[in-house]
Design a protein around this ligand. Structure first.
Ligand code: NAD
Ligand code: DAU
Length: 352
């Protein structure tokens, strides 16, 4: 059995679904169910005895300890986090609480549990921390991509809180010998992506006839990875990663935001043409930039490829087509996540 935290969110849910579909051991899925946690993401697991869902906070040490003692996981995969940069700018407190204090408490709980293990159980136990490329800061156009030894230079409250969590994970290995692994991944996209993030926001706004808000000049570059490739990388690192090591995960797919938006529009034009025959591109609207907006991220994923033989299976062309198709096929999921709380957020963020 493994313990997954944050497994009702975008990447965590994809991970749990893929893990069980691939015949992995049973999963205890611990999630606080914040606005980003959604049990509909896990609906296909209803009645599956291999999946135990528990609504809890990673910072609730007693609860997490009891669960670990009860289920005896051989690994913890930590996805739980506040994940949206714009929300961290409007209100950093939750990011400090979950990403820093929560990760700290989880590490303490796991350290105590691991300390009580013995023999092979202790030797093979792993704590895998899922982190982000944003901890490395921003690149200039000609800079080489981020390697695992790139200096930490987080620029938003979100990335600073993730950087702090990475440092704690590192320290728990260095000081206490906790067998940790850390992955730093680039921007994901795919099914179940909450429509506060660029790609799903563009898809759902386009279909609703709304503006497609591009921050600043739209020339910020991100390195996009299909979510299922991120999940396969995590499985690979969990399986064979060297304890205490960090692995960067990326899609070898850098693209400026405006190009991403144009590609989404072109796909929608072909797959669900507008009734008036015009292109969804007409809905693109340049809006005020994100404060402190990082210009470019790019991941050098050669360590993961050379040591563990991982490469992404999808190109951006294949992944984005699957993603757009998924949103077209799942209007109910979209309707349900656009609750009152979602509408309040859109009002705050895009008021102008
Ligand atoms: P998400 O916001 O979609 O999901 C986060 C999940 O964590 C939600 O289900 C939420 O309910 C849960 N959660 C939040 N606080 C919690 C707490 N205190 N205790 C228990 N559960 C809690 O995020 P995501 O995009 O799926 O990201 C998952 C992880 O991957 C995060 O750690 C994020 O930093 C990292 N990451 C994300 C990306 C990306 O492109 N989305 C890229 C690299 C790394
Ligand atoms: O790089 C990994 C990170 O990717 C993860 O750690 C984060 O959890 C995840 O949210 C994501 O962060 P970004 O800030 O890069 O993702 P987001 O989808 O919010 O924005 C992608 C780019 O698009 C960014 O340059 C900002 C821009 N953008 C975003 C939104 C929501 C717009 O131009 N308009 C928008 O409305």
């Amino acid at each position: 059995m493994i313990l997954v935290t944050g497994g009702a969110g975008f990447i965590g849910a994809n991970f749990v679904l893929d893990w069980l579909a691939g015949g992995g051991e049973p999963v205890v899925n611990l999630d606080k169910l914040t606005y980003a946690g959604n049990l509909e993401n896990l609906a296909s697991l209803q009645g599956d005895q291999r999946h135990v869902f528990v609504q809890a906070d990673i910072a609730d040490s007693e609860r997490v300890r009891d669960l670990m003692v009860q289920h005896q996981p051989r690994a913890v995969v930590n996805f739980a986090a506040e994940s949206h940069v714009d929300r961290s700018i409007h209100g950093p407190e939750d990011f400090i609480q979950t990403n820093i204090v929560g990760t700290f408490r989880l590490l303490e709980t796991v350290r105590a549990y691991w300390g009580d293990l013995s023999g092979q159980d202790k030797a093979s136990f792993r704590f895998l921390h899922v982190s982000t490329d944003e901890v490395y800061g921003s690149l200039a156009a000609a800079d080489p991509a981020f390697t695992e030894t790139h200096r930490y230079e987080p620029n938003s409250p979100y990335s600073a809180s993730k950087a702090a969590s990475d440092h704690l994970v590192r320290a728990y290995h260095h000081t206490y010998g906790l067998p940790v692994l850390t992955t730093n991944c680039s921007n994901n996209y795919g099914p179940y992506h909450f429509p506060e993030k660029l790609i799903p926001l563009m898809i759902v706004n386009a279909l609703a006839g709304k503006a497609l808000p591009v921050y600043g000049d739209g020339m910020q570059v991100r390195d996009w990875l299909y979510v299922k490739d991120h999940c396969s990388a995590i499985r690979r690192v969990l399986d064979a990663g060297r304890v205490g090591e960090v692995y960067n995960v990326g899609g070898w797919n850098e693209m400026p935001n405006i190009e991403i938006v144009q590609k989404v529009c072109a796909l929608l034009d072909a797959m669900r043409p507008r009734a008036d025959g015009r292109s969804y591109r007409d809905q693109i609207s340049y809006v005020a930039d994100r404060p402190g907006h990082d210009r470019r991220y790019a991941i050098d994923a050669r360590k993961l490829e050379n040591e563990l033989g991982w490469r992404p299976a999808e190109t951006f062309e294949t992944g984005i087509r699957k993603t757009v198709q998924w949103y077209l096929d799942n209007p109910q999921w979209v309707a349900h996540v656009q609750s009152g709380a979602y509408r309040d957020w859109v009002k705050i963020q895009y008021a102008a």
